[in-house]
Design a protein. Structure first.
Length: 540
């Protein structure tokens, strides 16, 4: 921390300037937008597009006011559904869109915001790029300001897209939903800015902010499960709950937007105060030094040490998700009733079986698609170790590239099996039936998960510059499986995802050929990627 001299002792011409702390903000903001010219628009269009398709999809499912009123009553009567989506506050088409997609749009906006801010603050310091930029005409607070302005641009674009796409359902409700979504994103953006000052690594900053987002979702879910009108005290403790309390299409409460505004201002001021009191690259929560004698005897042990926090978080999340999903299954038949369109959607997602089995197959498939995000992220963690320069000292010792990479791949492939098994266990415990079918259905998702992980290995090993495209492939598969059936996409399009070829369990008979084919494809992609890694130069 620098020492502030008395005013009479300051050398001539060295008076601190408040405006100087923001020098270079515009240039850094433009740089951040340019670096994110592919990823940031993708976040905007996925988040806003999720809401934009809502009116058309729900109008097909619930074409009349009576259908919507009946569905709203059934949804509000199911505590598990309220925990997952929130209560239905209005049975108009706009109200159903806000109910069905509002929470998830807010979560996506929050994820985009926290990743953006940490990328352009703590990650820049960790890699040393910020130190080089700071050697020029860059103010002390300019990087943080540029990161927050970039997040503000992203959330503003999301809010604008949501408002424009729902304006025909009512401009006031559309604007309320758009502002609530963008405001939630900015709350997590400033939370990430605060975490970036407290920690020494981008990984830990993401973990802390992700934990805050998970806590916000848990508080909102617990509160909405307790009360059908969303009036629980717990929801008022969550930024995601604030988004619901704005009540789009249900008598908008504009004053609730003052809560995220106050949180944004408070966290921003705290982040600015902390960034002025630490050195570049330093933090207020320093990493504890390890023991004098290392206790990690293999590359696999090191990979597990690096990814154990992520693996633990995903494992707990899948177990809890399984518990929640299992509680939803019992009310599936009552929820759908005689709605032929909804039955058709479940049939496309879960197979031509009994409604409850199709509903369970849909939930299991959703777990499988989300598990691919863990597998891809775990593979790309090895890519991050390489580009950061931390892998090179390890490989300078008698440690081959394949052995080093295998440590991370065991976590990616084995960890995905673990979290899916825990998801199946949670479904079994909550649904209360024989554990075999649901556990087996969860594990049948593994060949598709491993195929996407193998694609990530191939991109990383053969062309490191394109490695992050694996996120796009996983996102496309998630979008096809989640909203494709509701949009009525042809089966040939749905079959572009590996999940479209898996048997729909429970309910259908086991079909081994596609499972074995996808497993072989995953092995071939992984082998090709490792061959590329072995024969190319390391990147740094």
């Amino acid at each position: 921390m620098s020492t502030v001299l008395p005013r009479s002792s300051r050398p001539p011409g060295r008076t601190p300037s408040r405006t100087g702390a923001l020098t270079g903000t515009g240039t850094l903001t433009w740089l951040a937008l340019r670096r994110g010219r592919l990823g940031l628009p993708l976040w905007v269009f996925v988040t806003g597009g999720l809401v934009a398709v809502g009116p058309g999809a729900l109008a097909d499912v619930y074409p009349t006011a009576a259908d919507r009123a009946s569905a709203a009553a059934a949804m509000n009567a199911n505590g598990s559904l309220r925990a997952f989506y929130g209560p239905v506050l209005d049975d108009s088409l706009g109200g159903l869109v806000a109910w069905r997609f509002g929470v998830f749009a807010a979560v996506l906006a929050a994820l985009a915001s926290l990743l953006t801010v940490i990328r352009h603050t703590r990650e820049e310091e960790e890699t040393g790029r910020q130190e080089m930029l700071s050697a020029g005409a860059v103010g002390r607070r300019a990087p943080l300001t540029a990161a927050l302005l970039t997040a503000l641009a992203v959330n503003g674009a999301i809010a604008l897209l949501i408002t424009a796409s729902l304006a025909r359902q009512g401009l006031a409700g559309a604007l309320a939903l758009g502002l609530a979504t963008g405001a939630t994103g900015m709350v997590l953006a400033t939370t990430a800015a605060l975490a970036a000052q407290l920690t020494e690594s981008a990984r830990l900053a993401k973990g802390l902010t992700g934990a805050a987002l998970g806590l916000a979702f848990a508080l909102r879910a617990a509160g909405d499960a307790r009360t059908p009108d969303g009036s629980s005290v717990l929801t008022w403790l969550s930024p995601l709950g604030w988004a619901g309390h704005v009540r789009p299409y249900a008598g908008e409460r504009w004053w609730v937007l003052l809560l995220p505004l106050a949180a944004v201002l408070l966290q921003t001021c705290a982040a600015y105060a902390l960034t002025a009191r630490r050195d570049l690259g330093a933090s207020f929560l320093p990493t504890r030094p390890g023991p004098a004698d290392g206790r990690l005897g293999s590359a696999g042990a090191l990979a597990l040490r690096l990814q154990r926090g992520s693996l633990l978080g995903w494992s707990l999340g899948f177990l809890l998700a399984g518990l929640v999903f299992g509680g939803m299954a019992e009310g599936a038949a009552e929820l759908v009733g005689g709605n032929a369109r909804t039955r058709e959607i479940f049939a496309r997602m879960g197979g031509q079986t009994a409604l409850t089995s199709a509903f369970l197959a849909t939930l299991v498939s959703l777990l499988g698609m989300v598990a691919a995000l863990f597998a891809v992220g775990s593979v790309l963690r090895a890519h991050g170790e390489e580009t950061s320069g931390r892998a090179e000292p390890l490989l300078a010792h008698p440690l081959g590239r394949l052995r080093w990479a295998a440590g991370h791949l065991v976590i990616a492939f084995g960890g995905s099996a673990l979290i899916l098994a825990l998801g199946g266990l949670g479904l079994t415990l909550s649904y209360g039936h024989d554990p075999g079918p649901l556990l087996g259905a969860a594990l049948v998702q593994l060949p598709a998960v491993w195929t996407l992980a193998g694609l990530a290995v191939l991109l990383w090993g053969a062309s490191p510059r394109t490695a992050r495209a694996a996120w796009g492939a996983a996102g496309i598969c998630l979008a096809l499986g989640w909203v494709g059936p509701a949009l009525g996409l042809p089966q040939t399009v749905l079959d572009l995802s590996p999940y479209g070829h898996l048997p729909k369990l429970p309910g259908q008979d086991m079909n081994w050929p596609p499972v074995l084919t996808l497993t072989a494809l995953a092995a071939a992609l992984t082998a090709a990627g490792l061959t590329g890694l072995r024969h190319r130069d390391l990147t740094g």
